[in-house]
Design a protein around this ligand. Structure first.
Ligand code: GRF
Length: 201
C-alpha cells in the first residue's frame, strides 16, 4: 500500500522537492497533493512540473479549506514543509499524529511563535550554541511543540552568518524530511528515527 502524502508549502518548496526526488515509483509513499496559502509560491510550479495536483488555501484559518482537498485526495499524511501559520484545530484533530512539520533548529530550543526563517539562525548564533540542525516533529495546537520524531545536527562554525548556517541546516533538512516520510510510510504511521538511520556515517 502506498501512503498518500499531502505537502503544505509557503514558498520555495526545496523540502518538497527533496521529498519528491526521494520517492521513486516503487516507494511506499507518494505525494498526491500540494497545498499553499500563497498563490505565487514557487513550489506550486514544482508541483506542476511533477504533475501533482495543487490547491491554494484561500482561507487557511478555516478548517474546511484544508479538509475538503485533503479528503478529496484521500491524504493520509500531511507534511508542513515551511508552512508557518497555525493549522486549524479541527484539521489537527482529524489528522492527529499524522501531521509532520520540519523546523530548522534543534527543538525544543529556538522554536515557538515568531521563530522562523533567519530569526532562528540569528538566535542560534547569538546564543553561542556550537551546534544546530533540523527537527521533524508531530504537529499539535502549539507552534513547534509536538513530539520530536527525528533530528539531524550540524556544527556552528567560526565566522558563521545566518545565511551560511541556514544553508548548512537546509542540506540536512533535505535528508531528514524524506527519511521520516519514508519511515512513516513503511510503518503505516509516523515513527521516531535515530540520527544514525538518517545520516549514515
Ligand atoms: C525550511 O528551512 C524549513 O525548515 C522552514 O522553512 C524552510 C522552508 O524551505 N520551516 P523550503 O520552502 O522547503 O525551501
Amino acid at each position: 500500500m502506498t501512503m498518500r502524502v499531502g505537502v503544505a508549502i509557503p514558498g520555495r518548496g526545496s523540502n518538497l522537492e527533496a521529498v519528491l526526488r526521494s520517492l521513486g515509483p516503487e516507494a511506499p509513499a507518494a505525494v498526491v497533493l500540494v497545498l499553499s496559502d500563497r498563490r505565487d509560491a514557487a513550489g506550486l510550479g514544482l508541483a506542476k512540473e511533477w504533475s501533482i495536483p495543487s490547491e491554494v488555501l484561500t482561507n487557511p484559518g478555516d478548517a474546511e479549506t484544508w479538509l475538503a482537498p485533503l479528503r478529496r485526495y484521500r491524504v493520509e499524511l500531511l507534511v508542513l514543509a515551511g508552512y508557518l501559520k497555525l493549522v486549524p484545530t479541527k484539521v489537527i484533530n482529524e489528522y492527529r499524529g499524522r501531521i509532520l512539520n520540519i523546523h530548522p533548529a534543534l527543538l525544543p530550543a529556538f522554536g515557538g511563535k515568531g521563530m522562523f526563517g533567519h530569526r532562528v539562525h540569528e538566535a542560534v548564533l547569538a546564543s553561542g550554541a556550537q551546534e544546530s540542525g533540523a527537527t521533524v516533529h508531530l504537529v499539535d495546537e502549539i507552534y513547534d511543540h509536538g513530539a520530536v520524531l527525528a533530528q539531524a545536527r550540524v556544527p556552528v562554525l567560526p565566522g558563521d552568518t545566518a545565511d551560511r548556517l541556514a544553508h548548512r541546516v537546509l542540506e540536512v533538512e533535505h535528508r531528514l524530511l524524506p527519511a521520516v516520510v519514508l519511515a512513516a510510510a513503511r510503518a503505516g504511521h509516523p515513527v521516531p528515527l535515530s540520527e544514525s538511520a538518517i545520516l549514515p556515517s
